[in-house]
Each structure stands twice: as C-alpha cells, then as structure tokens.
Design a protein around this ligand. Structure first.
Ligand code: DGY
Length: 320
C-alpha cells in the first residue's frame, strides 16, 4: 500500500516525529527560519497531511498547490494563520492543540505581571551595571499586587487560569467576555463588567482573547486613554490585538505606566523598534507556552490530529 506523504514545517519533539515515520514518508523543514510561502508550496504539493506552526501562512493559494491534502494540523492553539473557509471548501480537516498550554501560558503571564509590576528587568540591569551602592528606600519602587484590581479580557481557559493564580496575591478581579462565567464568579469572586469599565477600573489589564476581526486592535488610542496612568498592560495573546503605534505613544507619554508583551505586531518585532528603547516596556519573543513538557505534549497532540486525519476519522482536537 502506498505510504502517506507528510510535510512537517519545523523540527518538533523527536518522539512525536517517530510516530509519523511509522505511517508515512515525511519531509521536515529543518531550518530555524520558517519556509517561505513558495518553499512551503513546494513542500506540500504531493502531501496528504501537513503539520504546521503559527508562523506558516496556510492560504487558499497554498491549498491549490496541494490537491491531495486531506488534513492540516497546527501545533498551536491559535489558527488565525489558516484559511478555514478555503479548507472547508476543499473538505480538509483542520486540528489544533487547545488546553495543553493553558497552565504554561498562565504561569508565564504571572511571571510577566510580576516582572513588570516589580520592575525586575530594570533591577537586574541596575545591579549588573555596577550602580548598586547602598540599600535605598526609594530605589526601583514598583506596584504591590495586594489590593489591586485585575482586569482580565477574555475569560476562556487561559484567562481563568490567570485568574486562579492572581487571586492568591490578594487582588480583586473584574473581567470582560461575551459569555458570563458564573462558575468563575462564584469560585474567585470575579465580576463581569463592560469593556470600557474594565479599562477604567483595572490596575492591570491582561489580554486573553483569540485574534479575530472583532479583537484586532481591541486596544488602541481611545482604550489606552481610558486606562489609569498607573495601569499596566499585559499581552500574551496575539500581537495584533494591540495597536503597536498607539501603545508606543501611550508608553512614551506615560498615559499608562508600563507594558509587558510576549506577542507583538509585527512579529518578530524588528531589532531597531522604538518599543525596545523604553524602560517601561518588557518584551519577550512569544514564549508563553515554552515549557519543555508543554511543547512535547503539543507536538504529540498535533500528531494525534494528523494521524486521525490521514485515517479519515474525526480529529481528536478539531478546529473544523
Ligand atoms: C499558540 O499555541 O497559539 C501559542 O500562541 C503558541 O504557543
């Protein structure tokens, strides 16, 4: 029987790859940078299955070049890089990796909140640079979490996991979501509020929404103006949820106090971008889910989806 042909767009956990070797002939893109669109088209043209990442643009044009493709499995929870309509038209199954990265991402969000609130990157830099000459009661003062109001935008799996963690610091919780979460309200004493009210009330606004037409630039000039001048903005969701120019302006003019961004627009943020110059902006390279065990689990889930699709059975973690 002819073996399946499978394209994998980056090196992922080896045990997950081994599972694919048993069923098909695999082509793996082993370079550190993702394949260019044209290279990706070349890779998938004879393939039955594609295991991709969020850096691969899977559009209608690419699908046209891959007539045999029956399953696309992305090793990410987000799937805004895949043209779902085009996949539907072609009857291609699409899978993703939800749930598995919730804790890792929530842990990282907490790390970012604490780092920004307590100015840890500046403190590290200060000590390293030799400026530390005495204990100083006014040195590097940050924000105490105790008593703060935290505004969680998007009370899905990750929003809830952040809520669980941050209430242990003695904070008050408000959230905004299309769906009221009475379970979270009862468990954590959280209060649902209108989006504008969240912006005006919160000391820390943390974003946990997927990127959609509705959430694109959810935070722009008017929203930043509504926030308290002492507020912190944390984004571990998608870069395009925040208008980068508006944020730069707000940070430069101290319209808000500081920001922590694990995701940016554009991504990667070019090395000469002015946001890097700002001491009140902490930027990390989209690593919120980068726990070693989490990434291995994500790879296995992506393979589970791919194998199911190749067999023609429903995917265990389907998008469509
Ligand atoms: C995802 O999976 O969508 C994250 O952004 C990367 O871990």
């Amino acid at each position: 029987m002819e073996k399946h042909r499978i394209a994998v767009t980056r090196t992922i956990a080896q045990p997950a790859i081994e599972r694919l070797h048993n069923v098909g002939k695999i082509t793996i893109w082993t370079e550190r940078q993702p394949p260019a669109h044209i290279q990706l088209m070349q890779m998938v043209k004879d393939c039955d299955g594609l295991l991709c990442l969020l850096t691969d643009c899977i559009d209608a044009h690419l699908l046209e070049s891959a007539p045999r493709l029956s399953v696309i499995s992305t090793m990410s929870v987000g799937y805004e890089h895949i043209d779902l309509e085009a996949c539907r038209r072609r009857g291609i199954q699409v899978g993703h990796t939800p749930g598995v990265l919730t804790d890792s991402t929530a842990d990282f969000t907490m790390a970012m909140i604490l780092s920004v609130a307590r100015r840890i990157p500046q403190a590290v830099e200060y000590a390293r640079s030799g400026l530390w000459s005495t204990w100083d009661p006014g040195l590097l003062l940050g924000h105490d979490l105790l008593g703060m109001t935290i505004g969680i935008v998007g009370m899905g799996r990750i929003g809830e996991a952040v809520a669980e963690r941050i209430t242990a610091f003695g904070t008050n919780l408000v959230y905004h979501d299309r769906i009221q979460r009475t379970d979270v309200e009862n468990k954590l004493n959280a209060k649902i509020v209108a989006f504008d009210d969240l912006l005006t009330q919160a000391d820390i606004v943390t974003l946990h929404v997927p990127l959609t037409d509705q959430t694109h630039h959810l935070i722009s000039y008017p929203q930043l103006k509504m926030m308290k001048p002492s507020a912190l903005l944390i984004n571990t969701s998608r870069g395009k949820v925040v208008d980068t120019e508006a944020l730069l302006h707000a940070l430069q003019n101290r319209e808000i106090d500081a920001a922590g961004l694990d995701v940016t627009d554009p991504e990667p943020l070019p090395a000469n971008h002015p946001l890097y110059e700002l001491p009140n902006c902490l930027i990390t390279p989209h690593i919120a889910s980068a726990g070693a065990a989490t990434r291995t689990k994500m790879a296995h889930m992506a393979v589970d989806n791919l194998l199911a699709g190749l067999k023609g059975v429903p995917l265990p973690y389907p998008v469509i």
